[in-house]
Design a protein around this ligand. Structure first.
Ligand SMILES: [Zn+2]
Length: 140
């Protein structure tokens, strides 16, 4: 038995889902610290990217290694229900590929930062976006 009504429960779940996760906050802080300004809302883009830079036409996904099927040791499947997990992760990977294709068709540059290489990944994205920002400014 749930102590909340169905409506209240889905409200709570929505709030949890939309809250910034710790890795996301870390990346956001680092990028903001590099002078990169991201936008506020990104609910209307395919795949709901974690961070959107509208003026640079770039999006960033911060992927958990397990759920997005990274090729690192953190993404190893559990020993039980292995078929279930394999299908689940494969489905997620397919969706990720589809989303990126859709975004690229719309002219967006897509960056993925993996949780296992958060620091390095963030530095790489910051460098790339800073270069892009400079070249945009020079063209003005
Ligand atoms: Zn990984």
């Amino acid at each position: 038995m749930d102590i909340f009504t169905a409506a209240r429960r889905s409200e709570i779940m929505r709030a949890i889902k939309s809250k910034d996760t710790a890795p996301e906050l870390k990346v956001k802080r680092a990028l903001w610290g590099s002078g990169l300004r991201y936008g506020r809302s990104h609910a209307n883009l395919p795949g709901r990217p974690d961070i959107v830079f509208p003026h640079l036409k770039a999006v960033v996904f911060i992927n958990g290694c397990f759920w997005h099927g990274h090729t690192c040791s953190k993404a190893r499947l559990p020993k039980s229900n292995i078929d279930f997990w394999r299908i689940k992760i494969e489905t997620n990977k397919r969706r990720d590929r589809r989303v990126i294709k859709q975004l690229r068709r719309g002219g967006w540059s897509c960056f993925t930062i993996w949780q296992c290489t958060l620091g390095r990944g963030t530095a790489r994205v910051a460098a790339s976006l800073s270069r892009r920002r400079r070249s945009l400014i020079e063209r003005l």
